[in-house]
Design a protein around this ligand. Sequence first.
Ligand code: ATP
Ligand code: MG
Length: 449
Amino acid sequence: MAKPKIKYICSNCGYDSVRWLGKCPECDSWSSFVEEVIENNPRKITASTGKSSYKKISEIEATEEARIKTEIREFDRVLGGGLIPGSVILLAGDPGIGKSTLVMQAASRIKEKVLYVTGEESLQQIKLRASRLKVKSDTFYVAAETGLRNIIAAIEDLKPKVVIVDSIQTVYNSELENSPGTVTQIRECTAILMADAKKKNYSVIIIGHVTKEGAIAGPKILEHIVDAVLQFEGESKQSFRILRGLKNRFGSTNEIGIFEMHDDGLTEVKNPSELFINERDRNTSGSVVTSSIEGTRPLLIEVQALVTSSNFGNPQRVATGFDFRRLSILLAVLEKRGGYRLSANNVFLNMAGGVKIDEPAVDLAVCCSIASSLLDRVADSATVVIGEVGLGGEIRSVGHIEKRIQEAEKLGFRRIIIPQNNIKSVKHNSGIKVVPVESLTEAVTLILK
Ligand SMILES: Nc1ncnc2c1ncn2[C@@H]1O[C@H](COP(=O)(O)OP(=O)(O)OP(=O)(O)O)[C@@H](O)[C@H]1O
Ligand SMILES: [Mg+2]
């Protein structure tokens, strides 16, 4: 028998090489090459039958009602309204973040037949979790299985509407010579599951582990073939978790779902703004509330800054939950346009609650919080600050102004500082005072007590 050939595949992007490489020439990741066996007798592709089939688009029947609801509002929101039959969703997240908990809770609430395939835990362990989560469902089936053929056979037999695979790294196709978790296995198994799901019209949720660097393990190719990629993230020390859409063929990727982890599982956070701002200290300098739009809904977030004098030549700049480069730009604008001396100070910036914000509309709040900490003057805690800051220190308009104002008003804020150019589109301002500003210094003067 011929000796099997070996090749090396980048576990990040799928690039292959005959030699082991320290750095991938394709995606620049380090130590990502893993050894894979090349099959001596590659299987022939038999999917093509030689017959063509096409239809008029008007003759195809598909309705939004066909979506299968997970009955977890935050999960459905990120999915774009529920699971589309025949679609494949990749759910990725750090170890122990709560992926299995989330899918189990969804599985128990889905009104259709669900098959939960686990390769990581025994049926008894699954039952223990189910009891802790108080799962009661007659349509929820569990299989402790790792062989792809057996999984497909179980699906054939049970005919579920939703299949959950926990996790794709444990599933293997015995027709391949590679061990489970290798790039080839992950790619092949996903492709076979996907083809089966499209044929039998069931939805698949695939759980995937993330690598040390936080990327979804397995080839990037997996991200291309699946219909949606969801990332479950959170700080290990905090109880809340964020479900984020990284890709979605059937919905917006800006939507986020917010959950809180308790002993008896995950609960949806109905009013996230309250969660993010209720712990703030109203009498400390450096704290300013802003509004960011996540998907379609506004979120009020506390921006915290701490400015201290640096005893060393190189002052420190640390940003948590905010783009570091953006912080550097805003510091330069504050220095040049506002006259705030920051070059000899350490600046620490934090989006309270561990959220990540990449919206320019929070620029002005970042600048105000830095100025507040630098001058050690408390910012008005009943005011929300919104606006993008230009390099000239001018305040630029932002989108969804009405939604942001309404959210601030709903949470009892009395004043909101917005860009002058946005004032035209403000329709109502009953319970909250809307103050337009044109420049950075104007906003800082208004907010500091
Ligand atoms: N008995 C318990 N009481 C309270 N919380 C628990 C309990 N057991 C587990 N948890 C919480 O659930 C989390 C683990 O959840 P889960 O197993 O769903 O994570 P996972 O993302 O599937 O992990 P893995 O990557 O290991 O599969 C723990 O980090 C912990 O926060
Ligand atoms: Mg798990």
